[in-house]
Design a protein around this ligand. Sequence first.
Ligand code: SF4
Length: 316
Amino acid sequence: MPAEIEYNIGILADMIKRDEKAVVAFYGGEPTLEAEKMRKMMNVLPAKKFVLQTNGFFLERLGEDVNKLDSILLSIDGRKEVTDFYRGKGCYERVMKALNFLKRNGYKGEIIARMAASVKTDIYEDVMHLLNHFPYVHWQLDAIWSTMWDVDEFWKWAVENYMPGIKKLVRFWIEEMERGRIHGIVPFLGISSRLLHGGDGLPCGAGRDAISITTDGKILACPIAPEFEWNVLGDLKAYKKIEIGEPCRSCEVYEICGGRCLFAYKERLWGKEGFNKICHITRFTINEIKKYQKLLMHHKENLKYPPYNNTTEIIP
Ligand code: SF4
């Protein structure tokens, strides 16, 4: 992909104009390296919402224009030692600095801590830590295309740490809900929302409701895999859509899970065994939440999430 945008922004603006619920998400690399271009695009594109995924290093370059963003996802993996282990020394502090910048600016949009959960993650400890600082916490499992571990190591962690941690986290979330407080644990909010209000297809919408536009004007289903042929849907003139098929369509949790992740569905880099293990974790998480359906019903109106496609994938 070329480093600079080569397509005509006017053509993109026309395309967005035809979608009355359009959301534009800036995604990288690191979008704030091009703060001036972001500013220009937020002024020109007729979107209803703007979302940013950022490591927070250069967020201050946006100045007061940061308030034009409706959701900001800051990449942070939990406690300081965990974040700095994955991302490099000093990353945790830089994200906290960005968070303070948002608070100083009276930022009113949604702030989401966006974690990758991997070899050093204690899901309960790391999510609880971030909830002390952020109103929303979301995570994705470092699985399928990981460089940190293989399927066996991943599974050992899932059995010993992740699934017990999820159980404990759900219990905390539910006990707090009983006290009238709903914490912004994004996967739990999103799963509850689908249980109570229904849903359709992949929660991230990749390939059907959400597309990714590359710097050379190609349209991809999913922004992370530009080199795969199935992922290239067309260009700014015309594009096709793709959807999840079997085995997901016949799966008992399809309405909630939606197929989880298009890339993982298409490219089974950990084979059938890896795919099935992740499905096991997905079903486990859904079932842990489902146990409390009665209580969730009481909070039905407060459990609609996400309010628009804010790029959280819901199923970790
Ligand atoms: S749990 Fe697995 S098989 Fe079922 S819908 Fe999700 S990804 Fe597809």
